[in-house]
Design a protein around this ligand. Structure first.
Ligand code: MG
Length: 256
């Protein structure tokens, strides 16, 4: 589909839904602990979304070429899993694990999408640094957003920050337009050259989502058809916000 622009009223709804989603994710993140299964976190997320008046947007999502629709509310990716890992009862978190919590919600017929990465208990200094750099790269990507800037400016800002820590920058997966659908145009890579790619315009709503690794940028798709893992089994981190392009910059919509 082509790039869409949202009205002020639609952005008001996305802000309302985004805030509720951020509150849900905050509570799910607080439940992360050694001994907890990713299935339990997913069940909590689903209950909180429904209580918020929303509908999980990942559940039932279909991707061309993949046999099964996505079966859960969240993607909960642990250690070398980069994104899209399916929650499981037998996937029990342990001290030192790195967990990416990715969640999306329909609210009043519009959807927002966000992700954070947290350590389980104490993680290594190297892991902490990767998580901090990935988070900061998202902030810098968002700071590059304004009308007249280009998608390549976002990717460039993210890439420069991750390169500083010599992290792998996942290239096969990217940010995207969002709102009417879970994935809309434009495609927003986490690398790029300034001034290239589609131009950003006021009213666009996009999800920026850097994915960084402690090793290679290469990812492999697991046998479940959904989970992306690092090809060298290095640890990965993933952060995401949904934001609206405003008259002067960006407004993060998935914020508590
Ligand atoms: Mg996304």
């Amino acid at each position: 589909m082509s790039i869409t622009l949202k009205t002020k009223e639609e952005i008001d709804i996305l802000r309302e839904g985004g805030k509720l989603l951020a509150l849900v994710l905050e509570q799910v993140a607080a439940a992360v602990a050694p001994g907890v299964s990713t299935w339990e976190l997913d069940a909590l997320a689903e209950r909180l979304i429904v209580e918020s008046g929303g509908i999980p947007s990942f559940k039932g999502y279909r991707v061309t070429g993949i046999r099964t629709p996505y079966p859960a509310t969240m993607c909960i990716s642990v250690n070398d899993e980069v994104v899209h890992a399916i929650p499981r009862k037998d996937k029990i978190l342990a001290e030192g694990d790195v967990v990416s919590l990715d969640i999306g919600m329909w609210y009043k017929k519009l959807c927002t999408d966000m992700a954070i990465t947290v350590g389980v208990g104490k993680v290594t200094a190297e892991t902490e640094r990767m998580i901090a750099a990935a988070k900061e790269s998202l902030d810098l990507g968002i700071a590059a957003v304004r009308p007249g800037a280009h998608v390549g400016d976002i990717g460039h800002a993210v890439e420069e920050r991750l390169k500083k820590d010599r992290l792998g920058i996942v290239r096969d997966l990217a940010g995207h337009g969002v709102g009417y659908e879970l994935h809309e145009d434009p495609f927003i890579p986490n690398f790029g050259s300034p001034g290239t790619g589609p131009e950003l315009k006021e009213g666009m709503v996009i999800a920026i989502e850097p994915m960084a690794t402690l090793g290679t940028w290469r990812v492999i798709l697991a046998d479940d058809d959904w989970t992306y893992k690092t090809a060298d089994h290095s640890l990965a981190a993933h952060f995401e916000h949904t934001l609206a392009v405003t008259k002067t910059g960006a407004e993060v919509l998935t914020r508590v």
